[in-house]
Ligand binder design. Structure first.
Ligand SMILES: Cc1cc2nc3c(=O)[nH]c(=O)nc-3n(C[C@H](O)[C@H](O)[C@H](O)COP(=O)(O)OP(=O)(O)OC[C@H]3O[C@@H](n4cnc5c(N)ncnc54)[C@H](O)[C@@H]3O)c2cc1C
Ligand SMILES: NC(=O)c1ccc[n+]([C@@H]2O[C@H](COP(=O)([O-])OP(=O)(O)OC[C@H]3O[C@@H](n4cnc5c(N)ncnc54)[C@H](O)[C@@H]3O)[C@@H](O)[C@H]2O)c1
Length: 458
């Protein structure tokens, strides 16, 4: 049995824990799959590389409003897969593992089998049993598959396989109406696949502010075949290599491929945590306190396996906090969960931070709300954009921003200023007035939205 000063389970965000400050301690990193984890290998980064290709293809074939007639005459799926994986992602994952196994980090030992606890601070991985003074659990999450699909025996894909299909499907059925479903719907339709979205509830992206979700649902229904208020009852493989999907409204549809995007479950349930005194919430997340400590002394958790937010920027921020808290127990920082933003890289982009109008009203807050159209500013005219909006919600008395929601081109970039306003607790009246706004750039939509808020003191 080998003992380490620190054991890290999971080389997604966990691989960023060791810094030069750890050079003098012995560390084990246990990663059963690829270094880089979900974000690098099957999540944020490759999906956005596909999204970018889809953005370009979509814009090419939708430029008539600019007086340009474009046509996408060929999508070379193999070259897209190569660009993303062979030429970039796979090399980075391999390089990351080689670095940790190599001479530059001699204090680090890599194990490559599944890890589970067999007692307090004691882990079995493959044939090895190792112990650690401190342990960080950063084992992420995995796709959740509805039992009707899992038990059907039919072929289905998740984010882990869909981007590496041997060829682009002519038709794709997607189950789910959340982040992953909407990003892949755009990717595949943008590249020329017929996309059908099958959703359990009426509304896609239903947690969005209503002004955004209603726009999105209208646009999605124009672009995709959207079937809502249904559950999948059964799936069968067809003779031609596709799938036949039976729904509980008695309809049946066929597609070349099926993507399941119905949420993710934290991986703590696969780690025999009880044997180590590590407790979980009912929803499967490992319980951690404000500083990332689990219920077992010396054991920490971060990222999707424990966080209320399954987002990479949150996992990164939690990694920094846990690193600080392990190294400096007298100067601990709380897990950073204030004003967590997110962006959905579908078409159009959607980005959001803080409260929706519905949430603010449910809390009886005294609010001022402004919805500003992209089409009200000069750059919106340049883009001929008729759908984009910036919606801001602020406290009527204090001038503090409570929520910001962008729907349209560059939403994920435009929102950054509003994240800054919230993080630094700025008064939006000052923020609008006391800086230049480049003319005629797209942030003028934010400037105008800010100027349109009505405060009590005015
Ligand atoms: C398709 C998709 C797109 C996404 N896009 C975005 C985005 O655009 N922006 C964003 O902010 N977030 C995005 N996310 C979410 C983001 O990927 C995750 O929040 C983030 O990767 C979580 O990091 P983590 O370190 O907690 O887990 P992971 O990166 O999943 O790392 C966990 C690692 O632990 C390993 N592991 C698990 N169990 C064990 C075990 N028992 N023993 C040994 N090793 C184990 C796994 O193999 C994995 O490598 C996306 C997710 C998906 C699925
Ligand atoms: N751009 C980003 O930041 C990004 C992109 C992708 C994923 N993510 C992260 O990954 C997480 C997982 O993404 P996701 O899209 O799988 O989850 P999600 O929670 O966003 O959406 C899940 C969808 O599946 C539906 N659903 C759940 N169970 C179902 C069932 N049994 N049958 C039918 N439908 C069902 C839900 O109603 C919902 O529409 C996200 O919540 C997000 O945190 C982030």
């Amino acid at each position: 049995m080998t003992h380490y000063d620190l054991i890290i389970i999971g080389a997604g965000s966990g691989n960023s824990i060791p810094t030069p400050e750890h050079d003098d301690i012995s560390i084990a990193i246990i990663e059963k799959d690829k270094f880089g984890g979900t974000c690098m290998n099957v999540g944020c980064i490759p999906t956005k590389m596909y999204v970018y290709a889809a953005d370009v293809a979509h814009q090419t074939s939708h430029s008539q409003k600019l007086g340009i007639t474009g046509e996408v005459t060929n999508v070379d799926w193999d070259s897209i897969v190569d660009r993303v994986f062979t030429n970039r992602i796979d090399k980075i994952a391999e390089g990351g593992e080689a670095y940790r196994r190599g001479d530059e980090t001699p204090n680090i030992t890599v194990y490559d089998q599944h890890a589970e606890f067999i007692g307090p601070k004691t882990i079995k991985t493959g044939d090895d049993v190792i112990t650690g003074d401190e342990i960080v659990i950063a084992t992420g999450s995995r796709p959740q598959i509805p039992s009707a699909i899992a038990n059907s025996g039919a072929t289905y894909h998740t984010n882990e396989t869909i981007m590496r299909l041997p060829q682009q499907p002519k038709s794709l059925a997607i189950i789910g109406g959340g982040f992953i479903a909407m990003e892949f719907a755009h990717v595949f339709e943008g590249l020329g696949t017929d996309v059908t979205i099958i959703n359990r509830s009426e509304t896609l992206l239903r947690w969005l502010d209503k002004d955004l979700s209603s726009r999105f649902n209208t646009q999605a229904r124009d672009r995709y075949n959207v079937i809502t208020n249904v559950n999948v009852q059964d799936v069968e493989n067809t003779a031609n290599g596709g799938v036949k999907i039976s729904l509980d409204n008695d309809s049946v549809l066929e597609a070349d491929a099926l993507l399941v995007a119905t949420g993710r479950i934290p991986n703590g349930d696969q780690m025999n945590l009880e044997s180590a005194g590590i407790e979980m919430h009912e929803d499967g997340r490992i319980k951690v306190d404000d500083f990332g400590r689990t219920t077992a002394e010396g054991v920490w958790a971060l990222g999707d396996v424990s966080s209320p937010y399954m987002l990479k920027h949150v996992a990164n921020a939690e990694t920094k906090a846990v690193r600080q808290n392990m190294l400096h127990p007298d100067d601990m920082v709380p897990m950073p969960h204030d004003h967590v933003p997110s962006a959905i890289f579908t078409h159009p982009q959607i980005a959001t931070v803080g409260l929706t109008e519905e949430e603010a009203r449910a809390q009886n807050l005294d609010i001022t709300v402004k919805v500003q159209n992209y089409s009200d500013v000069a750059y919106g005219w340049a883009m001929e954009d008729h759908d984009g909006i910036c919606k801001l919600i602020a406290d009527k008395k204090s001038g503090k921003l409570l929520g910001a929601h962008f729907y349209g081109p560059q939403a994920s970039t435009l929102i950054q200023q509003m994240i800054t306003v919230m993080a630094f607790d700025l008064d939006v009246r000052d923020f609008a007035q006391k800086q230049y706004w480049i003319h005629p750039a797209l942030p003028e939509v934010t400037e105008n939205a800010l100027l349109g808020l009505e405060f009590d003191s005015e």
